[in-house]
Write a protein that binds this ligand. Structure first.
Ligand code: PLP
Length: 280
């Protein structure tokens, strides 16, 4: 979800290029930006060096790494690199070494680091209003939702902070949808996901994540999830036809699973199957 959000913000709407009837495209309200890496970034911080050479850990890096181990819960297996700044698609570590940011956060920094418009918008908002409860209305929240609806397939927007929350919401939305669609009480409540998939770390999203090292330490997770082979439409078809499946969770490109792409017959095939087989 996070990557979907960011690619939406990075892409310029192209008239006539939508997926067919019902796609609404609004005129772009600002200059289109394709990629932070295609823009000329500002100069790197003074002292930055670009090198692929292996290196000894500096005292500064070691101090941060040791404090991390002392003060943070050890949930991540991190590379021993301490990043202190970024410009465009470049990152700089505590010793001034330069890196190409191939991960872009985790596919969320579509505008790169230090984008002047993003910096100004964030600073302005922070100076105006930081956070308010969802029990009152927020003008920027409504404006963002309106813009997303006008430039995408969606009718309405659910805003979440993380990918795992988006998937938790998708679990709930699909169960609610099925309950409304099956008032007789026979609503399907189970889910289909695929081998090597990753959908997040909260308990619901974890149940949809096939990789055992994420799931097993926290079992029992939410029951009712079937995993079939990523890209195997026939296998998916059989499970969907059981009539028990409320929703299918599929990554168009797997990241955690090893950069596997489900193009044509697999990913969109499953989406098509889900639609045709009355999942939506
Ligand atoms: C495909 C996919 N789904 C869900 C998530 C979870 O997103 P988040 O870390 O924002 O909770 C990720 C994170 O890497 C992801 O790659």
């Amino acid at each position: 979800m996070n990557s979907l959000q960011s690619s939406f913000l990075a892409a310029a709407p192209i008239a006539g290029a939508g997926a067919g009837a019902g796609v609404r495209l609004a005129a772009p309200t600002r200059r289109a930006r394709v990629s932070a890496c295609l823009a000329v970034p500002p100069p790197p911080p003074t002292g930055a060096v670009s090198t692929g050479a292996p290196r000894e850990l500096s005292a500064a890096s070691r101090a941060v790494i040791e404090d991390e181990a002392r003060y943070l819960v050890g949930t991540y297996n991190r590379s021993k690199v301490v990043i202190v700044s970024g410009r465009g698609c470049k990152l700089y570590d505590i010793d001034g070494r330069e890196y190409l940011d191939l991960a872009a956060g985790i596919a969320v920094n579509a505008l790169g680091h230090g984008d002047p418009d993003l910096v100004a918008a964030s600073a302005n908002q922070a100076a105006t209003l930081v956070h308010i409860s969802n029990t009152v209305y927020s003008q920027p929240q409504v404006e963002l939702a309106k813009r997303l609806v006008e430039t995408s397939f969606a009718d309405r927007v659910f805003l979440a902070n993380t990918g795992t929350e988006a998937n938790e919401a998708a679990i709930k939305f699909s169960r609610k949808f099925q309950r409304v669609a099956h008032p007789g009480g026979d609503a399907p409540v189970e889910f289909l996901a695929f081998s090597n998939c990753f959908h997040g770390r909260t308990m619901g999203a974890l149940a949809l994540t096939s990789k055992s090292q994420y799931r097993e330490p926290f079992e029992p997770v939410m029951p009712g999830v079937t995993f079939t082979e990523y890209g195997n439409v026939e296998e998916a078809r059989k499970v969907i036809r059981s009539g028990k499946i409320a929703a299918v969770f599929v990554e168009p490109v797997q990241g955690e699973g090893g950069i596997n792409s489900a193009t044509g017959s697999s990913c969109w095939g499953c989406g098509w199957l889900a639609t045709r087989l009355e999942l939506s």
